[in-house]
Design a protein around this ligand. Structure first.
Ligand code: SPQ
Length: 428
């Protein structure tokens, strides 16, 4: 557990950062490259701990995966030739690895066991296992499959029509990946649209998929074709520096290669509504995953309300948005976000507890938080709860406080942004 002591005297931030690869897309690139027979290449891969866990799991299934920096080569004999693993598939801290692999392994021909770290052991899995069982999946686990470790006996599946009870890309993706091997057409209805990287990548690998008015449908039994995947920078990582640039005094930061998929850009909408001084240049709107360059400057911010369909479009950015709101005039209300309670930690409690230590005027609600802007934030010792997003929120807060900020465990930041501190130092 690496403790860090961050002593900055309210620096002005200047410089440019090329944002590292998107975590959600990096995971999926390995999964799709392992399903498809042949040679898939990936560029811009995120070398974060979570994505390395995904690589490790597929290596245990007999897929050849070579890393050369952020370039990856996957040689797979196709999903039908995956090897039964002799070892447990260890998913570390990664909810995405655990839940998406459940969908894939359910329709495979092998027996496997999935397990993760202590945080994964507390995250709900029934939300994935219930629809998979409706498809015919044979999955057993602790508390009837609510928690890891989980044992999966691959079996023939049938397609289902499913209405999502919560907006979750992980549940949607697990069903879609199981649907690959299911007889019939898998149909999923979403009220609020969650990130659509799985749908986009299915298309990229040659599948025919229909997406219309919140309904995704596609026929099982389609073969995927190996291809090249270019992973854009992660907007969830960029978010920390967007907030730093908007709130630190006399600052201007340019972020290159930011993924601008509409299902992920809720943070941009919020920054705009709050009055951020920001310019965006889109690189290629028609790319499989669009990207752009964002320049953000010190801004006069006002509070806002964040709820409804916006929530799944910024769910992982809420910790850093809460910090942003402490520096805005007036009140910010975040609601409809109870999903935060089942992330790497309960992010409502963690954000409220830690920002209070810095002098923020913030209170937790049943499904979010209410934040009143304050003049000053002060130094304090913060807990990260082993949650990368809480750790980075604390580190960015240290740029705004009138004293030092200590983080009890900054190692967790490597889950999604292993070069976070290098990038931070570059702009100070
Ligand atoms: O993978 P994991 O641990 O679930 O990571 C988080 C994160 O903050 O990085 C959530 F804790 O991101 C999820 C995200 O919240 C990644 C994800 C995906 O790649 O499909 C979808 C979201 O989760 P969910 O539960 O809403 O589907």
């Amino acid at each position: 557990m690496a403790e860090v002591n961050l002593i900055y005297n309210k620096p002005s931030l200047k410089g440019e950062i090329t944002v590292p690869g998107d975590k959600s897309i990096s995971h999926r690139s390995i999964m799709f490259g392992s399903i498809a027979e042949g040679r898939t290449t990936v560029s811009g891969f995120l070398l974060g701990d979570d994505c390395l866990s995904t690589i490790d799991c597929f290596k245990k299934l007999g897929v050849e995966i070579e890393l050369n920096g952020t370039d990856i080569v996957i040689n797979s004999k196709g999903m039908d030739n995956w090897k039964e693993p002799v070892d447990i598939l260890y998913t570390g801290n990664s909810g995405t690895t655990t839940r998406l692999m459940l969908g894939l392994l359910a329709g495979s021909t092998i027996h496997s066991i999935l397990n993760g770290d202590a945080s994964i052991g507390k995250r709900p899995m029934k939300r994935v296992i219930a629809p998979l069982r409706d498809m015919g999946a044979k999955i057993t686990g602790r508390m009837d499959g609510q928690y890891t470790p989980l044992a999966i006996k691959g079996s023939p599946l049938k397609a289902i029509e499913y209405t999502m009870p919560v907006a979750s890309a992980q549940v949607k993706s697990a069903i879609l990946l199981a649907g690959l091997n299911a007889v019939g057409t898998t149909v999923i209805h979403e009220k609020d649209i969650s990130r659509d990287h799985t749908e986009r990548m299915l298309r990229q690998f040659g599948a025919e998929i229909n997406v219309e008015n919140g309904t995704v449908s596609y026929k099982g039994g389609q073969k995927l074709h190996a291809t090249h995947v270019n992973v854009p920078g992660d907007i969830s990582s960029a978010a920390f520096f967007l907030v730093a640039g908007a709130t630190a005094e006399n600052s201007e930061i340019t972020l290159h290669n930011v993924g601008l998929n509409h299902t992920r850009t809720g943070i941009i909408d919020v920054l705009n509504v709050m009055g951020a001084n920001m310019d965006i240049i889109v690189d290629d709107e028609n790319a499989a995953e669009p990207t752009g360059t964002i320049t953000i400057r010190t801004s006069e911010l006002v509070g806002t309300t964040i709820d409804g369909e916006l929530i799944p479009r910024l769910i992982d950015e809420i910790p850093i948005i809460a910090l942003l709101a402490t520096k805005a005039k007036g009140t910010t209300i975040i609601r409809d976000a109870s999903e935060l309670k089942v992330k790497e930690t309960d992010r409502i409690t963690a954000v409220v507890e830690e920002l209070k230590k810095l002098g923020a005027n913030i209170e937790a609600t049943e499904d979010g938080m209410i934040i009143h802007g304050v003049e000053e934030l002060h130094g304090a010792s913060l807990k990260t709860y082993g949650d990368h997003r809480i750790g980075m929120m604390g580190a960015i807060a240290s740029l705004l406080t009138d004293g030092a900020v200590q983080l009890d465990d900054a190692d967790c930041i490597a889950v999604s942004y292993p070069t976070f501190f290098e990038d931070l130092i570059r702009i100070i």
